[in-house]
Design a binder for this molecule. Sequence first.
Ligand SMILES: [Zn+2]
Length: 576
Amino acid sequence: MSAIEEIKQKLDIVEYIGQFVTLKKVGRNFHALCPFHSEKSPSFVVSPERQLWHCFGACGEGGDVIKFVMEWENCTFGEALHILAPLANVKLDEISVNDQVWDERIKMLQVTALAADFFHYIFTQHRIGEAARRYVASRQVSASTIKAFRVGYAPDSWDSLSKFLRAKKIRNDVIVQTGLGTMGKHSAVYDRFRGRIMFPLTDTRGAIMGFSGRILNTKDKEAKYINTPETPLYHKRETLFGIEQASLAIRTKEEVIIMEGEFDVMMAHQFGYTQSVGIKGTALTTEQIHLLKRLTHTFIFCLDMDKAGTEAIKRGIERSQEYDLSLYVMRLSGGKDPADLLTSDPSAFKRAYKEKVSIYDFLLETSVARHDVTKVYGQKEVIDELAPVITTITNPVVYEFFIKKTAQATGTDIATLKDAIRIYRRTQRKKTPSTKLNTPAAHEHMAEDYAIALIVQSPQPAETIDIALEYLDFDSFTQPATGELIKELKAYLTNHESFPTGDAYISNPSLRPLFNRAFLIRVPLDSTRINTELKKIALTLKKQMLHKRIQDSPSSEETKKLVTALRSVEKELSVV
Ligand SMILES: [Zn+2]
């Protein structure tokens, strides 16, 4: 057995996925809200018998446990194997993971780890790091915080890191690939980070993807902070400073505090707010929300309270609403950033944490503060600002509550306010045509998928397939794969009683996903009902086909014929 097969056999897909997603037993399968798209009713199905999962909703993803890890961790096949192998107690050898992307990644991660060690050594031990040490100490960062976040210093030189890495037998092209060096003339490699305090940027498991460097001598005209450019490892939009150090606390405290910069996050951890991460910019990205919502659904914004910070929160709210998050805001007194407030007045920070307000209250407060609500124009301004936020509230209790609050704060009456919201909604709807998920095409496929499900899940598949062949009209299928798969199943069932686990006996590999998916669709369990369902599906498909032919009909004579046929199918369907 190959290592891949062994991993799949030793791990239980329900148990594995169940760690991250709340699964509910329904019939022979488990159902859940899909973790890969946002939805209100569950369309994510896991089959313990087949060791497969599939989303029947918007994303349509599916596969085995390895595919799940690839989606969940956003990683390659090889990487997924490396994550699962230790859990399954399976040793991977070179042959089992012939994955170039993975090899390249490993090589780059070795380089970033070496660089982090180098920077950290210079910062903590070397005389070159003296000024950086003094600066960081002046910001009250303790030795243990420095160690926990592996703070470093990049010497103010063109090639000290590159020289160090080359001595460790790292090739120039790999140094450039990690973003730590830039290629100059005559293929010389120069260090990207020079004279900067270095902060490693990691994933949740501590692998170093890139760095952020803060200039030490602020008199220099260079940018205060520079980051690793986009590389195969480092993607700015997915990065959260401190996620490695915070992830356990985020899970146990069931909340995350979202800050902006490195010093904010380090000081927060030092003062016990270990659930804090830094977004490294002014906006919370969709990718960051995705990463965080796996850990918690409560987000607390602790950003600078200038205009930019407020905008970040607003943009955050638009995206976060999709994911059913509870959002709070900490209001820091005196316009200080979190790091400054923590060092100067930790009790004020604690108060701000305790007195955090819901995002709606926060936006209402700031909006009312900016406009004169004693005048009708001021009221209008506030309502205009809040309407986009109010319309995103899906919970009716929260909605009513916030409407009431807004009415009170602006001195408007509730009915007027609700009218304003309705008008706003109407204009929005005109702007964005709704993208309905249940397109007719998807629906037709569902009927065909259901027909296959009835066959493969039948207690007597060999009998059921004959009934299916009798009822189903192959011309009515909208996806050619349906007919091909049914033919393959018929061929198999001519010599066999039922289907074993796996899908290797489906000779056309492109039909296997359709076959596997069919085990995840819920069907009746007794053969009589299966037969009736098959007849219903056959008629439904025929009806759909006739509808389409009527639309494309070239002559009225033809149309008449088709309509007659349609009527008789409809009549038959009504008595099944
Ligand atoms: Zn989905």
